[in-house]
Design a protein around this ligand. Sequence first.
Ligand code: PGA
Length: 251
Amino acid sequence: MRRPLVAGNWKMNGTREGVVALIEGIKAGLGDTNADVLVCPPAIFIDSVGSLLEGSQVKLGAQNICQEAESGAYTGELSAAMLTEFGCSYAIIGHSERRHVYGEADKLVAERVAAAVSGNVTPIFCIGELLEEREKGTTEQVIAQQLDAVLKLDNGVALLKETVLAYEPVWAIGTGKTASPEQAQAVHAFIRSHLAKQDEALAVGIKIIYGGSVNAANAENLLGMPDIDGGLIGGASLKVNDFLAICKAAG
Ligand code: PGA
Protein backbone atom coordinates (compact mmCIF):
# COMPACT_ATOMS: atom_id res chain seq x y z
CA MET A 1 0.00 0.00 0.00
CA ARG A 2 1.09 3.55 -0.65
CA ARG A 3 1.71 5.38 2.62
CA PRO A 4 0.25 8.90 2.53
CA LEU A 5 2.56 11.90 2.54
CA VAL A 6 1.73 15.45 3.60
CA ALA A 7 4.43 17.97 2.71
CA GLY A 8 4.41 21.60 3.79
CA ASN A 9 5.97 23.92 1.23
CA TRP A 10 6.69 27.09 3.19
CA LYS A 11 7.91 28.91 0.06
CA MET A 12 9.56 32.27 0.94
CA ASN A 13 7.90 32.62 4.34
CA GLY A 14 9.06 32.53 7.94
CA THR A 15 11.13 34.37 10.51
CA ARG A 16 13.51 33.02 13.15
CA GLU A 17 10.78 33.26 15.77
CA GLY A 18 7.96 32.17 13.53
CA VAL A 19 9.57 28.91 12.46
CA VAL A 20 10.13 27.88 16.08
CA ALA A 21 6.45 28.43 16.89
CA LEU A 22 5.36 26.56 13.77
CA ILE A 23 7.56 23.52 14.41
CA GLU A 24 6.78 23.38 18.12
CA GLY A 25 3.08 23.54 17.29
CA ILE A 26 3.29 20.77 14.71
CA LYS A 27 5.32 18.53 17.02
CA ALA A 28 2.95 19.07 19.92
CA GLY A 29 -0.22 18.45 17.94
CA LEU A 30 0.64 15.72 15.46
CA GLY A 31 0.05 12.63 17.60
CA ASP A 32 -0.17 9.19 15.99
CA THR A 33 -0.51 9.27 12.26
CA ASN A 34 -0.21 6.82 9.41
CA ALA A 35 1.04 9.56 7.12
CA ASP A 36 4.58 10.70 6.51
CA VAL A 37 4.76 14.38 7.41
CA LEU A 38 7.36 16.68 5.94
CA VAL A 39 8.20 20.39 6.10
CA CYS A 40 10.18 22.24 3.42
CA PRO A 41 11.41 25.54 4.88
CA PRO A 42 13.33 28.21 3.00
CA ALA A 43 16.98 27.12 2.74
CA ILE A 44 18.16 29.61 5.33
CA PHE A 45 16.07 27.85 8.00
CA ILE A 46 16.93 24.25 7.09
CA ASP A 47 19.61 23.95 9.76
CA SER A 48 17.56 25.41 12.60
CA VAL A 49 14.40 23.53 11.64
CA GLY A 50 16.47 20.33 11.43
CA SER A 51 17.61 20.86 15.03
CA LEU A 52 14.07 21.57 16.20
CA LEU A 53 12.86 18.36 14.52
CA GLU A 54 15.46 16.09 16.13
CA GLY A 55 13.74 13.04 17.60
CA SER A 56 10.42 13.82 15.93
CA GLN A 57 8.66 11.87 13.18
CA VAL A 58 8.41 15.01 11.02
CA LYS A 59 10.87 14.93 8.13
CA LEU A 60 12.81 17.75 6.51
CA GLY A 61 12.90 18.72 2.85
CA ALA A 62 14.26 21.45 0.59
CA GLN A 63 12.38 23.56 -1.95
CA ASN A 64 14.76 22.77 -4.81
CA ILE A 65 18.03 20.97 -5.53
CA CYS A 66 20.91 21.50 -7.94
CA GLN A 67 21.38 19.19 -10.92
CA GLU A 68 25.01 18.80 -9.84
CA ALA A 69 25.25 16.32 -6.98
CA GLU A 70 28.27 17.55 -5.02
CA SER A 71 29.75 21.04 -5.39
CA GLY A 72 30.88 23.56 -7.97
CA ALA A 73 30.28 26.94 -9.59
CA TYR A 74 26.47 27.08 -9.26
CA THR A 75 25.65 30.38 -7.58
CA GLY A 76 22.54 30.26 -5.46
CA GLU A 77 22.15 26.48 -5.59
CA LEU A 78 22.26 23.66 -3.03
CA SER A 79 23.50 20.15 -3.82
CA ALA A 80 22.18 16.80 -2.66
CA ALA A 81 25.39 16.35 -0.66
CA MET A 82 24.73 19.59 1.23
CA LEU A 83 21.07 18.85 1.80
CA THR A 84 21.69 15.37 3.17
CA GLU A 85 24.42 16.69 5.47
CA PHE A 86 21.75 18.97 6.96
CA GLY A 87 19.16 16.23 7.32
CA CYS A 88 16.98 16.78 4.24
CA SER A 89 15.57 13.58 2.86
CA TYR A 90 13.27 15.18 0.26
CA ALA A 91 13.44 18.05 -2.24
CA ILE A 92 10.61 19.69 -4.16
CA ILE A 93 11.63 19.84 -7.84
CA GLY A 94 9.96 21.53 -10.79
CA HIS A 95 7.48 23.50 -8.71
CA SER A 96 5.37 25.71 -10.96
CA GLU A 97 6.92 28.83 -9.43
CA ARG A 98 10.36 27.55 -10.45
CA ARG A 99 9.11 26.64 -13.91
CA HIS A 100 7.08 29.77 -14.61
CA VAL A 101 8.78 32.53 -12.59
CA TYR A 102 12.38 31.30 -12.96
CA GLY A 103 12.12 29.57 -16.31
CA GLU A 104 13.22 26.09 -15.25
CA ALA A 105 12.53 23.90 -18.27
CA ASP A 106 11.56 20.22 -18.42
CA LYS A 107 15.13 19.13 -19.21
CA LEU A 108 16.67 20.93 -16.22
CA VAL A 109 13.90 19.68 -13.95
CA ALA A 110 14.58 16.11 -15.12
CA GLU A 111 18.31 16.52 -14.42
CA ARG A 112 17.47 17.76 -10.94
CA VAL A 113 15.31 14.69 -10.34
CA ALA A 114 18.21 12.47 -11.41
CA ALA A 115 20.71 14.33 -9.19
CA ALA A 116 18.40 14.07 -6.19
CA VAL A 117 17.94 10.32 -6.57
CA SER A 118 21.64 9.70 -7.03
CA GLY A 119 22.32 11.82 -3.93
CA ASN A 120 19.79 9.93 -1.76
CA VAL A 121 17.23 12.70 -1.69
CA THR A 122 13.66 11.77 -2.62
CA PRO A 123 12.35 14.13 -5.31
CA ILE A 124 8.87 15.57 -5.03
CA PHE A 125 8.56 16.06 -8.75
CA CYS A 126 5.85 18.63 -9.53
CA ILE A 127 3.80 18.62 -12.70
CA GLY A 128 0.69 20.51 -13.69
CA GLU A 129 -1.05 22.49 -16.40
CA LEU A 130 -1.71 26.21 -16.75
CA LEU A 131 -5.28 27.48 -16.85
CA GLU A 132 -5.12 28.14 -20.59
CA GLU A 133 -3.84 24.60 -21.18
CA ARG A 134 -6.78 23.15 -19.24
CA GLU A 135 -9.20 25.36 -21.14
CA LYS A 136 -7.70 24.27 -24.46
CA GLY A 137 -8.12 20.65 -23.41
CA THR A 138 -4.39 19.90 -23.42
CA THR A 139 -3.97 18.99 -19.73
CA GLU A 140 -3.06 15.35 -20.44
CA GLN A 141 -0.59 16.30 -23.15
CA VAL A 142 1.17 18.76 -20.84
CA ILE A 143 1.35 16.26 -17.99
CA ALA A 144 2.65 13.55 -20.32
CA GLN A 145 5.35 15.84 -21.66
CA GLN A 146 6.49 16.79 -18.16
CA LEU A 147 6.64 13.11 -17.13
CA ASP A 148 8.38 12.10 -20.35
CA ALA A 149 11.25 14.50 -19.62
CA VAL A 150 12.27 12.06 -16.86
CA LEU A 151 11.04 8.88 -18.54
CA LYS A 152 13.25 9.43 -21.54
CA LEU A 153 16.43 9.53 -19.46
CA ASP A 154 18.29 6.19 -19.69
CA ASN A 155 17.20 5.14 -16.22
CA GLY A 156 13.91 7.07 -16.25
CA VAL A 157 11.69 4.30 -14.89
CA ALA A 158 14.18 3.52 -12.12
CA LEU A 159 14.37 7.22 -11.22
CA LEU A 160 10.60 7.53 -10.96
CA LYS A 161 10.49 4.46 -8.73
CA GLU A 162 12.41 6.57 -6.18
CA THR A 163 10.26 9.66 -6.74
CA VAL A 164 7.07 11.16 -5.33
CA LEU A 165 4.94 12.96 -7.90
CA ALA A 166 2.96 16.07 -7.05
CA TYR A 167 0.12 17.00 -9.38
CA GLU A 168 -0.37 20.74 -8.98
CA PRO A 169 -2.67 22.45 -11.48
CA VAL A 170 -1.05 25.87 -11.78
CA TRP A 171 -4.41 27.63 -11.71
CA ALA A 172 -5.10 26.18 -8.26
CA ILE A 173 -1.84 27.22 -6.59
CA GLY A 174 -2.24 30.03 -4.08
CA THR A 175 -5.48 31.11 -5.74
CA GLY A 176 -8.00 29.59 -3.37
CA LYS A 177 -9.38 27.71 -6.41
CA THR A 178 -9.02 24.01 -5.79
CA ALA A 179 -9.43 21.29 -8.36
CA SER A 180 -12.51 19.31 -7.41
CA PRO A 181 -11.73 15.87 -6.01
CA GLU A 182 -13.04 14.40 -9.29
CA GLN A 183 -10.87 16.69 -11.45
CA ALA A 184 -7.77 15.86 -9.42
CA GLN A 185 -8.57 12.14 -9.35
CA ALA A 186 -8.97 12.10 -13.13
CA VAL A 187 -5.48 13.54 -13.66
CA HIS A 188 -3.93 11.25 -11.04
CA ALA A 189 -5.50 8.26 -12.79
CA PHE A 190 -4.22 9.54 -16.14
CA ILE A 191 -0.70 9.80 -14.67
CA ARG A 192 -0.85 6.16 -13.55
CA SER A 193 -2.12 5.04 -16.94
CA HIS A 194 0.65 6.95 -18.70
CA LEU A 195 3.30 5.40 -16.44
CA ALA A 196 1.75 1.94 -16.86
CA LYS A 197 2.68 2.04 -20.54
CA GLN A 198 6.32 1.95 -19.36
CA ASP A 199 6.10 -0.14 -16.23
CA GLU A 200 3.08 -1.54 -14.43
CA ALA A 201 4.79 -1.77 -11.03
CA LEU A 202 5.86 1.88 -11.26
CA ALA A 203 2.31 2.98 -12.04
CA VAL A 204 0.85 1.11 -9.08
CA GLY A 205 3.60 1.90 -6.59
CA ILE A 206 4.36 5.56 -7.18
CA LYS A 207 3.04 8.03 -4.65
CA ILE A 208 1.11 10.88 -6.30
CA ILE A 209 0.18 13.76 -4.03
CA TYR A 210 -2.09 16.67 -4.93
CA GLY A 211 -1.29 20.36 -4.41
CA GLY A 212 -3.18 23.59 -5.03
CA SER A 213 -5.16 25.39 -2.33
CA VAL A 214 -5.56 22.33 -0.12
CA ASN A 215 -6.95 23.45 3.24
CA ALA A 216 -8.44 22.07 6.43
CA ALA A 217 -11.93 22.08 4.92
CA ASN A 218 -11.29 20.38 1.57
CA ALA A 219 -8.46 17.99 2.52
CA GLU A 220 -10.61 15.05 3.50
CA ASN A 221 -12.47 14.89 0.20
CA LEU A 222 -9.38 15.41 -1.94
CA LEU A 223 -7.16 13.01 -0.03
CA GLY A 224 -9.94 10.45 0.10
CA MET A 225 -9.77 9.86 -3.67
CA PRO A 226 -8.29 6.49 -4.65
CA ASP A 227 -5.29 7.76 -6.62
CA ILE A 228 -4.45 10.72 -4.36
CA ASP A 229 -1.80 9.76 -1.83
CA GLY A 230 -1.46 12.96 0.15
CA GLY A 231 -0.89 16.66 -0.35
CA LEU A 232 1.69 19.31 -1.11
CA ILE A 233 0.50 22.20 1.01
CA GLY A 234 1.51 25.84 0.57
CA GLY A 235 -0.46 28.53 2.41
CA ALA A 236 -2.16 26.18 4.86
CA SER A 237 1.18 24.69 5.93
CA LEU A 238 2.03 28.00 7.64
CA LYS A 239 -0.86 27.67 10.08
CA VAL A 240 -0.37 25.01 12.72
CA ASN A 241 -4.00 24.01 13.14
CA ASP A 242 -4.74 23.90 9.42
CA PHE A 243 -1.64 21.84 8.68
CA LEU A 244 -2.45 19.42 11.51
CA ALA A 245 -6.01 19.03 10.25
CA ILE A 246 -4.70 18.14 6.79
CA CYS A 247 -2.26 15.62 8.30
CA LYS A 248 -5.18 14.09 10.17
CA ALA A 249 -7.24 13.87 6.99
CA ALA A 250 -4.34 12.04 5.32
CA GLY A 251 -3.47 9.59 8.04
P1 PGA B 1 -1.03 26.48 -2.04
O1 PGA B 1 0.40 26.07 -2.67
O2 PGA B 1 -1.42 25.36 -1.13
O3 PGA B 1 -0.78 27.77 -1.33
O4 PGA B 1 -1.97 26.62 -3.20
C1 PGA B 1 0.67 24.75 -3.03
C2 PGA B 1 2.03 24.65 -3.65
O5 PGA B 1 2.43 25.59 -4.35
O6 PGA B 1 2.75 23.66 -3.47
